[in-house]
Write a protein of this length. Structure first.
Length: 158
């Protein structure tokens, strides 16, 4: 499957919607790029697998520490100063909300799939392993408090 903008945009739109409505956070994305390594560019990642009749793949969202602390503080209304269980739970929930929003949009276009439970990985230089053999497209984002990165990877199911 060649990943095109019509397939990626629902994830990006869903992410921006979740962040603006739930965390009062605005972000801007930069041009997408093909990712060549498994090393995360941030400090905490939520990854979720998806499987449908025609396609399988995964989405990951990796946040810098500054970005996710700000987002978590905004969502919970309390001061958070380090990546802890509250923050990792929030990353899992954001990943789930983003994928759920994109799933609804894609279903309207005839792309139905089921989602797994998100997995969260934290730590400097952690690795992200997508749930398929497809190319990994990475879209960098920036917010007032820090950067984060969306990665999508899909392959046709034979």
């Amino acid at each position: 499957m060649s990943i095109n903008v019509e397939f990626i945009n629902p994830f990006l739109g869903s992410l921006l919607n979740v962040l603006s409505t739930m965390a009062q956070t605005d972000a801007n994305h930069k041009p997408p790029m093909l990712k060549k390594t498994n090393i995360a560019r941030g400090d905490v990642t939520g990854i979720i697998g998806m499987v449908g009749n025609k396609v399988k793949g995964s989405l990951s969202i990796t946040f810098s520490e500054a970005a996710i602390l700000d987002i978590t503080c905004n969502m919970l209304g309390e001061k958070i100063t380090s990546i802890d269980e509250t923050v990792t739970d929030m990353v899992g929930e954001i990943t789930n909300m983003v994928t759920g929003g994109a799933k609804r949009i894609l279903a309207d276009a005839g792309h139905d799939f089921n989602m797994a439970t998100p997995t969260v990985i934290a730590g400097k230089n952690h690795e992200i392993h997508h749930h398929c053999q497809g190319k990994v497209i990475q879209i960098p984002f920036s917010s007032k408090k820090g950067d984060f990165f969306v990665e999508v990877s899909f392959e046709d199911v034979v």
